[in-house]
Design a protein around this ligand. Structure first.
Ligand code: COA
Length: 339
């Protein structure tokens, strides 16, 4: 029997995209009872990007993916797998196949990962399993969400937080391993704290002769959130999760070069970094420009950090995603510029 060989995983390239329409806090305060001061001090957000009717989540995902493909010198036809992390798909059966078609990635298997703001971290980990085992060579992971279509724009407690966007990364096997350790969690008993639920009993179809009635669900409610509980969850669970990863990799907090948290709220970023005793200058943040873009937030920030030259050879990046589910998890990366 051929001995089973484990491969290392390399982050080859990244990409990102946001819509053109920019909604500032001042603009929002014209339609709801809020202010730039309230939003900025409570969340760190100054503006967010919103998709218009002429663009879809697939268009955004396509632009982000194209950037990653071009930078990685990979042709779409050479992709083996596309993982599309989104909770706002075009099609409830999954949107990954639409992205596969748009890219012309004819050889790639493609499926969705529904895990809200943890989606991209989960995508990285899933991709790593396929690479480690030698199953696939070129994997595209996209995190994209358009929560602007699911928030109630008259609800000031939620609509101020979210924006739309997409981010992508291509993973390949390599001799050195960029993905050092990971840690994942779910607490379904708290799922009600942040959710988009379907309308109950929107109508039901009675199949009298067959002795059952089926619920016909055609509508979903707006996003609902218990902000205080979600805040407490994030600042308690995320440091724990990162510490577990550090332990697994036998690293100390001061060895982290960059802390890249899901961009939910600047106060969450500040509290988590303080708890971990990671100085502010090591915390990657772009929340003021985009708000919370759910599954897209981590890959957008990662791509910007690569594009601006912040991430260098051998840097250690601690990444954590958290959100609806409730789900949370971390991944430690030591990025190797050259294989
Ligand atoms: N503008 C002005 N006032 C607002 C407001 C807004 N956009 N939203 C709420 N308020 C008001 C409330 O009505 C309340 O008024 P009251 O005291 O008269 O009742 C007051 O501000 C305080 O509201 P509260 O909900 O207690 O604020 P908060 O300090 O908890 O901050 C969040 C609210 C949402 C910013 C905060 O809870 C948070 O960031 N939670 C985490 C959310 C998150 O990151 N979710 C995604 C995770 S993936």
């Amino acid at each position: 029997m051929t001995p089973f060989k484990m491969h290392g995983t390399h982050i080859l390239s990244t990409g990102s995209a946001v819509p053109d329409i920019c909604i500032s806090n001042d603009l929002l305060s014209n339609i709801i009872d809020t202010s730039d001061t309230w939003i900025s001090t409570r969340t760190g957000i100054k503006e967010r990007r919103i998709l218009d009717n002429n663009q879809s989540i697939i268009d955004l995902a396509r632009i982000a993916s194209d950037e990653a493909l071009i930078k990685g010198l990979i042709k779409a036809e050479d992709l083996d797998l596309i993982l599309f992390a989104t909770s706002t798909p075009n099609d409830l059966f999954g949107s990954a196949s639409q992205l596969q078609k748009s890219l012309g990635a004819t050889k790639a298997a493609a499926f969705d990962i529904t895990a809200a703001c943890s989606g991209f971290v989960i995508g990285l980990i899933v991709a790593q399993q396929f690479i480690q085992t030698g199953t696939y060579k070129n994997i595209l992971i996209v995190g994209a969400d358009t929560l602007s279509q699911w928030v109630d724009w008259s609800d000031r407690t939620t609509c101020i937080l979210f924006g739309d966007g997409a981010g992508a990364a291509i993973l390949q096997p390599s001799r050195q391993n960029d993905l050092m350790s990971f840690e994942l969690n779910t607490d379904g008993s708290e799922s009600h704290q942040l959710s988009i639920q379907h309308q109950e009993n929107s109508s039901s179809i009675d199949y009298k002769n067959l002795n059952f009635s089926a619920q016909k669900i055609s509508k979903y409610k707006y996003l609902t959130m218990n902000g205080k509980e979600v805040y407490k969850f994030a600042v308690s669970k995320v440091p724990e999760s990162i510490n577990k990863c550090l332990q697994t990799s036998q690293l100390k907090t001061n060895q982290i070069t960059w802390l890249l948290l899901h961009q939910a709220n600047q106060r969450i970023l500040d509290t988590v970094s303080q708890k971990l005793q990671i100085p502010t200058e090591k915390v990657l943040s772009n929340i003021q420009c985009y708000g919370n873009t759910s599954a897209a937030s981590i890959p957008i920030a990662l791509n910007e950090a690569f594009n601006t030259g912040h991430i260098c050879h051998k840097d250690i990046i601690a990444i954590a995603g958290f959100g609806a589910g409730l789900t949370w998890g971390s991944i430690l990366i030591q990025w190797n510029a050259i294989e």
